[in-house]
Structures are given as structure tokens and as C-alpha cells.
Design a protein around this ligand. Structure first.
Ligand SMILES: [Zn+2]
Length: 495
């Protein structure tokens, strides 16, 4: 099977890296795995894998990829082969294979749904949807992978609110902005410019100024535009965080500003004060991105305005948020109100944002991984910290020592005895079992280094949970290990 072959290849490559990069830190090896090896072994997973399927091909695939991942995790922290996969996952905070596969597949599935109707993928998707609907009455023997996904993940296949369509281009290459724009380099400059501009504009009765803002509160997303010139406020509720995000709300708010201008016939100039640089930059170069359909709505509104009154000018200005600019603060409050009270003062086609769905998928993956780490915590409890928080700052040798002590799979006699490598679990000092606890906290052979350690960390922190779980004490604990010389030379893997 192709997958197993590829998996094995990478497992070998990783163990090669393990040998060649003894000086490489945890962070680097982890990044190498998640950024290079994993994407390659899971390439085009949507074609060959069915997440959550208990049948044999899916399980075999997970098993093969777990072997690769195990090798990579062992490389990250240098633990013995006896450490369980679960322990390695907890220590390195690596997402289990079945969850990272599911994550990747759901993202591909999401991307497919954003394809324009003319794209071949859209036709496949529609066919799968129809087959899936038909299979409710007439069970199909061999559902396609897409049918399977539609059935298993209805929350990500959007039968109610369709996901946005993202096109390759929404403006032609010769496009010229139908508006002018100004973004200052610093908040101070922007504030100064805003002051000057509003003072100057105060006398211009044909000009409308509008402040826009988007906001998320209590998982609801709202947008608002507020015009002090005409005392108008327009609200728009975009839905909850599963459908929208603040970026989209900022864009919708700009669209609302166009609506205010459109409704004020005696004016021919608009200045919109926007506090989102990313929204402004997206408008200047509308590309292939989530929220594209709102960009298109704004541009259409602008073209409409320019069409009916060609002399009108549209100016977009960046103002910093939370800097006491009155109009901006008012717009912010109104956007929150739109979100909280679900106010919708205009019509806009409403689509689920691709970015919001991706965020949702990632959240689901993180939560599931964390639930697993907690449910199957195999090593002793020591708070929730692991992975980069614990190993990030350490040299490779230190990380290895720490990982071995944390997992209990180390060169101490009780471990060697447990795995039938030596006969006697006793410590040299005469104590019955040489455990991690005994070695670090009790053994009378290391009284002097331990006194030193206690001086540094304080009596009440002489506990395994602190010494092995808190970055503040880990370095002192490692110093202790060094001074005891107990692991010199660092024991090699026992076979
Ligand atoms: Zn002892």
C-alpha cells in the first residue's frame, strides 16, 4: 500500500534526522515534523482517508501514520521506546494522527465548497449531495468519500447557510480604485490628521463623514456605521462566530457607510473613518480571500454611486481604535449593540465565511486533542503544561533528561527493573526502589546537591510537580541532575 510505503520512508528519514541532529532543539524538530513531514505524509488525505471510519483501511492508515509520528515525537524529546504513544503525545503536545487527518480533510472539504459553480469540484459536490439525500431512502453500498463527509459532518457542509463562493478574481487587472484612501504610519499621525481633517470638513455642507466599526461580543458579530453629519446609525448583525468574524464585520461596516451616503441625496463627498487597516488593505487589492463577497458588495455600491453621480468623491481614512476619537468610540458601541441585539437594518446576501468555518474546525481539533490529553493522562499529574511551554527553552540534552524524568522512563533502577533489564530495583543507598521521587527528593547519596537545590527553589517547592512542571524550577532541577552525575553518561536506549 502506497501510504504505508510513504509513511515508512518518512519514519526512516526522521530517525536519520534524530541521529544527525543531536544538537537540534525541541522546537526545531517539532516544526520540522509539523511543517514538512506531516503535510507530506498526509498529502491529499481527502482522497484516501475517511475520518472517524472504523473500517480497516482507515484504521490501517492511522496506524501507519502513527508509527511515523511516534518516531518524530521520540526525536523531539529523546525518550525511551517504552514510553507510550499517548505519553509522547501529551509531552510534546502533538495532535493525534486521527485528529490531524480529520482537521486537514475538513479544511479541504471547506475549500471545495467555496469553489465557483462552474468548477468541476462543485459538480462533484452537488452530485454527492444528491446521492447522499437519495441514500436516506435507498441505501447505497459504496458511498463516495464526499458523500461520507456530507453525512458525517453536516455542520461543515452547510445545508442551511451556504458557504461563501471565492472566485479567482473579482476585479480585472486594469482595475482602478473607485475611491481614494489614506493610511498613516503611526497612531499619532493619524490622530493629528483626523483632527485637522474634521475641523476643515466642518464647513463643507456637501460632505458626509461616517465612522465604521465591526465587533464581536458574546460570540455574536455585529457591524455599524455612524454619521455625525446626518446623525444616522445603521446596524448589521452578521450572525454568530461560526458564520462570521470581526474582519468581515469591518468590511460590512464600510458597506453600511456607502448605504448612508446613498441615502443622503444632497451630498457629493464621503469620508469614511475606518479603524481596520486589514479591511482597508483588502479593499485596495481585492484578492482570493475569505470575505471576498463583501468586498465585491462594497465595490458594487461604490460603482453604483459613481454611476449615478460621477462627480462624487469617496475617501477612506484609517483612524486608530480605542484612542478616544469620539466618532470611532460611538461606532464601536453601536457595532456591539448590533451584535448583542441582533439588529439588521439592511439587506445583504448572507454567507457563512470560509475563515469562520476554518476557525471552527481548528477549535474542534484543539478541543478534541486536549480532551484526549486529559482523559488519558498516563504520566503523573503536574498541571497542564507540556510541549513548547516546558521544552521550548531547553537544550536538547536538557530536554531529554527532563522528558525521561517526567515520564519515569529513565535510567533509574526501578524503571530498568520494571522492563526486565536489571534484577534489582533498589538504589545504591540501600533504599528498596530507586524511583524518580526517591532520586530527586530522598536519596541520601545526593544530600549536598539537594541542599543546594532547596536553597534555590525554597522548601515548599521541593515537590515533583514543581521541579518537573514549572519552568522556574526546571533549570535548578537540571543543575541538580548534573551535579549528582547519576545519568553520566546519558544512558542509551536499552534493547
Ligand atoms: Zn538512594
Amino acid at each position: 500500500m502506497q501510504l504505508v510505503k510513504r509513511g515508512t520512508q518518512f519514519a526512516l528519514a526522521m530517525s536519520g534526522i534524530a541521529k544527525a541532529t543531536w544538537g537540534t532543539t525541541f522546537q526545531h524538530v517539532k516544526r520540522l515534523y509539523t511543517a514538512v513531514v506531516r503535510p507530506r505524509t498526509q498529502y491529499a488525505a481527502i482522497v484516501w482517508h475517511r475520518p472517524g471510519d472504523n473500517s480497516s483501511p482507515a484504521q490501517t492508515q492511522i496506524k501507519a501514520l502513527t508509527t511515523v509520528q511516534r518516531q518524530a515525537m521520540k526525536t523531539m524529546i529523546g525518550t525511551f521506546r517504552t514510553a507510550s504513544t499517548q505519553t509522547l503525545q501529551n509531552e510534546t503536545q502533538t495532535t493525534p494522527v486521527h485528529l490531524s487527518l480529520e482537521n486537514q480533510i475538513l479544511k479541504s472539504f471547506t475549500r471545495m465548497q467555496t469553489a465557483p459553480p462552474t468548477h468541476p469540484i462543485s459538480r462533484w459536490l452537488n452530485r454527492a449531495r444528491q446521492c447522499q439525500a437519495a441514500s436516506a431512502t435507498l441505501p447505497t453500498t459504496f458511498p463516495s468519500n464526499l458523500e461520507y463527509l456530507i453525512k458525517r459532518y453536516p455542520q461543515y457542509s452547510n445545508p442551511d447557510t451556504p458557504i461563501e463562493i471565492i472566485r479567482p478574481h473579482i476585479v480585472p487587472p486594469w482595475w482602478e480604485k473607485p475611491f481614494s484612501i489614506h493610511i498613516d504610519d503611526s497612531k499619532e499621525e493619524a490622530i493629528k490628521r483626523h483632527q485637522e481633517k474634521t475641523a476643515q470638513d466642518a464647513t463643507n455642507t456637501s460632505l458626509i463623514s461616517v465612522y465604521t466599526d465591526g465587533s464581536e461580543i458574546e460570540n455574536e458579530v455585529g457591524a455599524a456605521a455612524y454619521s455625525p453629519s446626518t446623525s444616522t446609525i445603521v446596524h448589521y448583525h452578521l450572525g454568530n462566530g461560526k458564520y462570521a468574524n470581526v474582519f468581515a464585520a469591518e468590511l460590512v461596516a464600510i458597506k453600511l457607510a456607502m448605504t448612508i451616503f446613498d441615502r443622503s441625496p444632497n451630498h457629493d463627498a464621503l469620508t469614511a473613518y475606518v479603524d481596520s487597516q486589514s479591511a482597508l488593505r483588502a479593499l485596495c487589492a481585492p484578492g482570493r480571500q475569505s470575505g471576498q463577497y463583501i468586498l465585491a458588495e462594497i465595490l458594487a455600491a461604490m460603482e453604483g454611486i459613481r454611476g449615478t453621480s460621477p462627480t462624487s468623491t469617496l475617501q477612506l481614512e484609517w483612524v486608530p481604535s480605542h484612542m478616544g476619537i469620539q466618532g470611532n468610540e460611538a461606532a464601536d458601541a453601536e457595532a456591539k449593540k448590533a451584535a448583542r441585539d441582533k439588529l439588521r437594518h439592511m439587506q445583504l446576501p448572507l454567507h457563512k465565511l470560509k475563515a469562520a468555518q476554518v476557525t471552527e474546525i481548528n477549535r474542534h481539533t484543539t478541543q478534541s486533542s486536549r480532551a484526549q490529553w486529559i482523559a488519558r493522562r498516563t504520566s503523573m499529574p503536574r498541571g497542564n503544561k507540556a510541549g513548547i511551554q516546558i521544552y521550548g527553552e531547553l537544550t536538547r540534552k536538557q530536554a531529554t533528561t527532563l522528558a525521561r524524568l517526567r515520564t519515569g522512563h529513565c535510567g533509574l533502577n526501578s524503571y530498568l527493573h520494571r522492563f526486565n533489564i536489571i534484577e534489582d530495583p533498589a538504589c545504591d543507598c540501600g533504599h528498596k526502589f530507586e524511583t524518580v521521587q526517591h532520586y530527586l527528593l530522598d536519596c541520601k547519596n545526593y544530600k549536598a546537591p539537594r541542599d543546594k537545590l532547596r536553597m534555590k527553589v525554597g522548601c515548599r517547592n521541593m515537590r515533583l510537580q514543581k521541579l518537573l512542571g514549572s519552568t522556574r524550577y526546571i533549570k535548578h532541577m537540571l543543575q541538580y541532575v548534573e551535579e549528582t552525575g547519576r545519568f553520566n553518561p546519558q544512558p542509551e536506549e536499552h534493547r
